[in-house]
Each structure stands twice: as C-alpha cells, then as structure tokens.
Design a protein around this ligand. Structure first.
Ligand SMILES: Cc1ncc(COP(=O)(O)O)c(C=O)c1O
Length: 381
C-alpha cells in the first residue's frame, strides 16, 4: 500500500506546518546526508554552520561560522554557537543538560525552575537528567509569576526557564526579568522560543539574546520557520556552554560531538537553511502579519458567538468550547486539541491556516450548534 500524508486542510492544533516548497526540495536533496559526522558529510556540516548563523541573526546573536562547535576564543569561552536539533524537545533537554553539568560543580541537587506553561519536554529532561523540576504558577495573564520564580530559586538552581510563545496560550514570559533572577543565583536562563521564535522578531516584545541575559535558547525552523521536520534549533551564548555536552568520537573523522543524537538527517538542516534564505525577514514578517490577523479575526468571531476567548498575543487563540461541540467538530475531521486543564480549545494559526479554512470551520461550528439547538425541546414542548 502506498500511503499518502494527510492534508493540512483541517489542521488547527499543530505547531508544525507545510514546509515551504524550497525547504521541501532541499530536504529531499539532503535526505541521505549525516551532519552528525561532519568530517565525512562536509557539505551538510557547512550548511549547519549557515543554519546556526541565520538562527543567530533572528535571535540577536552574532555568530561567526568559524565558531562552530568546539572552536575556542582567546579567553577560552568561544563565541555564540549552536546546532540543528531534532526539535524543541531535544533543544530543551540539551539546555537542561548544559545547566546541570555546569551546576554540578557547585551542587549535588541541581534544580530547574519552569513556569507551569512550559512544554512537557522539560518533564522528560528532568526525568532523564535527574534534576528537580520546580514548577511555578503563571499569573492570570498566563505568563510566569515573577514573585513565584524569585521564591523558587536558590543556590541549587541550575537554570531558570522562560517561554517565548507558550504552547497552550502563545504567551511570552518577561524574559529580561527572568534573566535578572537567574543571574542573581548564578543560574543559566534558557528561553524556549521553539514555536514563537520566527514570529517574535516582528513584535515589540523583549525575548532574545539581544534583550536580556539569555544563555541558551530553543528555536525551531520546523514550526513557524516552515522547514521540513526534523529541524529544531539550540543556540548558546558562548561555545563553552556547548562544550559541557561534548564527548570524544574516536571512530569518526571529527573528534568530538555535542549533539544528543549521533547520526541525524541532513534533510532538516538543509531545509532549515532553504526556508530561512527564502523567507527571512520579509517572508516571515508577511506570514506573521497574515497569521496574526487570522487569529484576531477568529477570536472576534468566537467572541461574537458568546464563547469565552483568550486574546491572541501571538497567532494562537484559546476558547472555551463545550466538550460535545469539540468532539463533534473532531468527528467532522477538524484536528483540534485542548489545553491541559481541558478548559479551552487551542487554534494555532500556522501558515497553512487560511481565512477560508477558518470560515469553513466556523460554518461547521454554526451548523452543529443550530442542529443541537433544534434537538433540544423548548420549554412547554
Ligand atoms: C514551546 C514549545 N517547546 C518545545 C516543544 C517541543 O518541540 P518538538 O515537538 O519539536 O520536540 C513545543 C512543541 O510544540 C513547543 O510548543
């Protein structure tokens, strides 16, 4: 049987999207390469340097490609760098690992402070790396409660995590303030911009290395960056942080490796470069504006129908929709998911989500609502 991938026609829940045509073509071209063995697969390795440099430009880090993994500056720290991960999960796990390794020199009980809005990949990281996860609440605006972070940090804190584009509500934590708190206890600040990183440059929010004392960051080309899966990104302010992860690689042509996976696809790397060369900055800006307008339009439409809506800061709307309607819409083929507390349906306005698609969704919602209203006998019937 020759299976075909599903279309994106009714997908409203995914943080990924259809790759840009140039990204798809590059992914196919580099399918059989392995940047995990950079001495042998030199073109893929050079492309990875290019990907990291371009990601650096997006997040306010000037990356000299000569600073690729392992290269040290005169002071021994090395310049900013990073690598193309398999996704946000790997970037977050590796960031926690960097922080744990660095903190291990001062504590035997390293902890990581994360907002309750943080992606579940931090739970995996804590489990794998045996660090304590200190989960702090968010305030009513769904951003981390800074007083709770201040109360949670201490000398065992290895890292403080801020989210720049949260998975459930698309919110951006106060990153500069989190940087100050992390610095006060000599912890690292990791920013998870896995989803938001390609939209935030076009907002006036403070979220990146140029705005705050950020040490490490996740930013995924395979989400809003319109690259093919797998293409995540881990960036670090100085190469010595990445060195915390390096192991010797005796049988390869290169001598050490800081990535979590060994062999990994050059498809993601090549497609990340192709997408960014095609879209940064104007294409991403246009897309962000379109997606944000769609999200705001959808929020208004849902509100006018009487649903309780969390306004979109980034292109993600959350709305309270009753379970029977959520399930009926799913049965109609709409791919929808809910927030962790099951209270709200999330609508992620990714590039494949057009106004026509949202109109068609609302038409289905209205039809199901009126059918249900007709089925309920009015009083006295
Ligand atoms: C904010 C955030 N971080 C991390 C991840 C995990 O990324 P991945 O699924 O690519 O591993 C996601 C996934 O949606 C996310 O939204």
């Amino acid at each position: 049987m020759r299976a075909e991938p599903q279309s994106f026609d009714r997908v409203l829940s995914s943080m990924c999207t259809e790759p840009h045509p140039a990204a798809r073509e590059a992914a196919e071209r580099f399918l059989a390469t392995n940047p995990g063995d950079p001495g042998t697969y030199q073109t893929a390795a050079a492309l990875e340097d290019r990907a990291v440099a371009m990601l650096g430009e997006i997040v306010g880090l000037e990356i000299d490609t000569a600073d690729a993994i392992g290269a040290a500056d005169e002071d021994g720290s090395g310049g900013p760098t990073g690598y193309v991960t398999s996704g946000g999960t790997e970037a977050n796990v590796q960031a926690v690992r960097i922080a744990r390794e660095r903190a291990a020199r001062g504590t035997d009980r390293p902890s990581v402070v994360v907002p309750e809005s943080a992606h579940f990949s931090f739970r995996k990281a804590a489990d794998l790396l045996q660090v304590d996860l200190e989960v702090v609440p968010t305030a009513s605006d769904h951003r981390v409660d800074l007083d709770a972070v201040r109360a949670a940090v201490d000398e065992d804190t290895a890292a403080v995590v801020g989210v720049a584009g949260s998975t459930e509500y698309g919110r951006v934590d106060p990153i500069p303030e989190l940087g100050e708190i992390a610095t006060s206890v000599d912890a690292l600040l990791h920013v998870d911009a896995a989803w938001g990183g390609f939209a935030l440059p076009f907002t006036d929010r403070e979220w990146h290395f140029g705005h705050a004392a950020v040490d490490t960051m996740a930013i995924d080309p395979h989400k809003m960056g319109q690259a093919a899966v797998p293409a995540g990104g881990l960036l670090v302010r100085s190469a010595d942080l990445l060195d915390e992860l390096a192991v010797d690689t005796p049988y390869l042509e290169s001598t050490s490796q800081a990535t979590l996976t060994g062999t990994r696809s050059g498809a993601g790397v090549a497609s990340a470069v192709a997408a960014m060369e095609e879209l940064w900055p104007d294409g991403y800006r246009d897309q962000y504006v379109r997606s944000q307008h769609n999200a705001e339009w959808l929020a208004d439409q849902l509100e006018s129908r009487g649903y309780d809506v969390v306004e979109p800061v980034l292109p993600l709307v959350a709305a309270s929709i009753p379970t029977w309607l959520f399930e009926s819409l799913r049965a109609e083929g709409w791919r929808l998911s809910r927030t962790g507390d099951d209270e709200r349906v999330r609508f992620v306005c990714m590039p494949h989500v057009t106004r026509e698609m949202l109109e068609s969704f609302l038409a289905d919602l209205d039809r199901l609502e009126s059918r249900a209203a007709r089925a309920v006998p009015s009083p006295g019937e």
